[in-house]
Design a protein around this ligand. Structure first.
Ligand SMILES: [Zn+2]
Length: 173
């Protein structure tokens, strides 16, 4: 997954990530249409979370024509469902999350993200978003919820604050 181990996703990784996504789709018999590819590419190049309107504008520029919101949303929904993109609840925007290997089986009754251990660190100053692996966090939260008889169908782990670079520039959290 991009950005794991605390490393940000640099621009040069865009081509590699797109290639990874294309291969993952091929292996799973999914269609990686040009629009789906452009949406993922825009998110990878941006290097920060993009809201739906930013994305529509970038797609329009890339394709030289307007893309209707439902069309863009369908592409986003596809990318989200198959684990290429994640929606950040706290800032209503999207970030790429490329998986090296797709989950073998998906329990449709439980959200794919429910047991995830990934935590997003979101910088409020520059928008840089990094996904780190907080091993065991997702399962731990799920077991706590289960102890209360609670059935989780969605969870989101996001921490907002100031990145190291912005801190060194003196940005306030
Ligand atoms: Zn920052």
């Amino acid at each position: 997954m991009l950005g794991h181990n605390g490393s940000p996703h640099p621009l040069r990784d865009t081509a590699i990530s797109l290639d990874l996504a294309a291969r993952s789709c091929a292996e799973r018999g999914l269609r990686f249409t040009p629009l789906r590819q452009y949406v993922l590419e825009a998110l990878l190049v941006a290097g920060r979370p993009l809201g739906a309107y930013d994305l529509l504008r970038l797609l329009g520029e890339r394709l030289g024509r307007d893309v209707s919101p439902p069309t863009a949303y369908r592409a986003l929904a596809f990318l989200q469902h198959h684990g290429f993109v994640k929606r950040l609840e706290s800032c209503r925007s999207f970030v790429p999350t490329i998986r090296q290997t797709a989950p073998e089986t998906v329990d449709e009754t439980v959200d794919e993200t429910a047991g995830e251990s990934g935590v997003f660190l979101i910088c409020n100053s520059c928008g840089t978003t990094v996904e780190i692996d907080a091993e065991g966090l997702g399962p731990m939260l799920l077991s706590h919820a289960r102890a209360y008889g609670f059935r989780v169908n969605h969870s989101s782990h996001e921490l907002q604050g100031t990145c190291e670079t912005c801190q060194s520039k003196g940005a306030k959290p």
